[in-house]
Design a protein around this ligand. Structure first.
Ligand code: SF4
Length: 138
């Protein structure tokens, strides 16, 4: 199971800082000695942090030969959220936005604009054209 945001939220300050640094270094990660240096902590404290993060499934530790010795590379298993997918959502500019929702007059359920947008995201050209045609008729 992939790490969830609440796993991240429950971390201590040091673990949180370590994870943020690892996130910044993407799939390449950092050698543990590099991480300890950036955090300004001892290797003993650093190892505790790494083990704690690994137990939660938030980082992967990979054995690597570097600087004439075997060490561990730490790689974040948490991926940054990509919010670009909702950039073109029809909801922000929708004139019914204020009255759309569970207690409103409008609902995403059955909304042809949402359906059309989702179909476009799925890349299904035929379905997209059909939804667009439905939108035009509505
Ligand atoms: S779900 Fe449809 S009606 Fe509701 S705000 Fe979005 S586009 Fe407008």
């Amino acid at each position: 199971m992939s790490p969830q945001m609440h796993d991240y939220v429950k971390l201590g300050k040091l673990e949180e800082k370590a994870l943020k640094l690892l996130l910044q270094h993407g799939e390449k990660g950092l050698l543990q000695s590099e991480l300890w240096h950036l955090l300004g902590i001892t290797s003993r404290d650093g190892s505790r942090v790494a083990i704690k993060l690994e137990k939660r499934g938030l980082v992967k530790r990979v054995k690597e030969f570097a600087n004439d010795r075997w060490t561990m590379r730490l790689i974040s298993q948490v991926k940054p959220l990509d919010l670009s997918i909702i950039r073109d959502s029809p909801c922000p500019p929708c004139p019914y936005n204020d009255s759309c929702g569970p207690s409103g007059n409008y609902s995403p359920t059955g909304c042809v604009l949402i359906e059309s947008w989702l179909l476009a995201l799925s890349g299904s050209k035929d379905k997209k054209e059909e939804a667009t045609a439905q939108t035009m008729r509505a």
